[in-house]
Design a protein around this ligand. Structure first.
Ligand code: MN
Length: 346
């Protein structure tokens, strides 16, 4: 999930030691593996995809086999980060099944929840697992060695720290992929998770070969024209509510189908209601392929949209979360807006 995090820092010296030991244990696991399967959540975003490419490049640079096997196809818009398309294996392919059988470790990035890895779950069932994630805990955690750091701006920040603690090796593939992870999960260094630490890491990644201009253009300057055709129709649904504190937009399902849109075309749509002055909670509603309604929520402090999303059966971060609710659309909007209003009462 793209997201604005938040929350506290690393704690005291004791917490720091525990954290250092956890990174150490993960590096030991990675060092002891001959072949590693890497995955992330369904509909991978820049953080999931970028973290995967970076970890795979790091492992391959050290002579460890590394394969990316995702529950849904690797996102087209981030495929340029891969030095070779062959690093990615489709989950339903015979090659993925074979590589998963031969692997001795699975690494799950940017989620820690069983349902989010979908069809990859049975493929890695018998493998020991490492989880690296920056989301708050959910309801169905993946069992394994878990590094969870909700204060990290992106999973990419944690992968950066892992590689940094290992002392590299670094290369431009790793730097670009991690920069993309951090760039996209901070909404282009705009959200509340844009910490000094995250900016320092970005600076280091730029030194290591990531071009801010090139990567920004790749993330925000290469949209398909149909995205804007869809946006035009979505804008017609923009609604500002409750004296301007709540705003939402919907993605018309007929337009989505007619234009042949993909989920990637919707990237950033929720930023439209979010960008209205005075809005504390913003939402984007879209109809999923099975007829349910996915709602993406964004908030300004102090509104906690993670709590609202969890109540609705979803989750995410304090300032960026999502849930899937029953349709039809109008009923879903009413349900979500009622929850948001309850959550806003102060
Ligand atoms: Mn993330």
């Amino acid at each position: 999930m793209t997201g604005a995090g938040g929350g506290g820092g690393g704690g005291g010296a004791g917490a720091g030691a525990v954290r250092a030991e956890l990174f150490e244990r993960i590096l030991e696991r990675l060092g002891g593996a001959r072949s590693v399967v890497i995955t992330t959540h369904a509909n991978a975003d820049g953080d999931g995809a970028g973290s995967e490419v970076a970890l795979a490049a790091f492992l391959r640079e050290r002579g460890t086999e590394a394969w990316i096997v995702n529950p849904t196809p690797f996102p087209e818009s981030f495929a340029f980060l891969l030095p070779e398309p062959g690093w990615v294996l489709a989950a339903k392919s015979a090659a993925a099944v074979r590589r998963c059988r031969e692997a001795d470790l699975a690494v799950i990035l940017d989620t820690a929840e069983v349902p989010r890895i979908g069809r990859v779950k049975p493929l890695i069932r018998d493998l020991p697992k490492v989880v690296i994630d920056h989301h708050p805990p959910g309801k169905r955690p993946i069992e394994g060695l878990v590094l969870r750091e909700p204060a990290a701006c992106a999973t990419g920040e944690l992968v950066y720290e892992l590689i940094d603690r290992a002392g590299g090796p670094w290369n431009a593939v790793i730097a670009r992929a991690l920069y993309m992870a951090i760039l996209t999960d901070t909404g282009g260094f705009r959200f509340t998770n844009t910490t000094p630490a995250c900016l320092r890491i970005a600076a280091r990644l730029a030194e290591l070969g990531a071009s801010p201009e090139e990567l920004h253009r790749a993330a925000y300057g290469r949209f398909h024209p149909r995205r804007f055709e869809l946006l035009r129709e979505a804008l017609a649904t923009l609604t500002v509510h409750r004296n301007g504190r709540v705003a939402w937009m919907t993605v018309p399902a007929d337009a989505y189908l007619r234009l042949g849109a993909t989920l990637e075309d919707l990237e950033g749509f929720v930023d439209v209601p979010r960008a209205i002055g005075g809005v504390e909670v913003a939402a984007l509603f879209r109809t999923t392929s099975d007829g349910r309604i996915k709602v993406s929520l964004r908030s300004l402090p102090p509104a906690d949209v993670n709590r609202i999303a969890v109540e609705l059966g979803g989750g995410g971060h304090l300032r960026a979360a999502a849930a899937v609710v029953k349709g039809p659309l109008e009923a879903a909007i009413a349900t979500v807006v009622a929850r948001v209003e309850e959550g806003l009462l102060d």
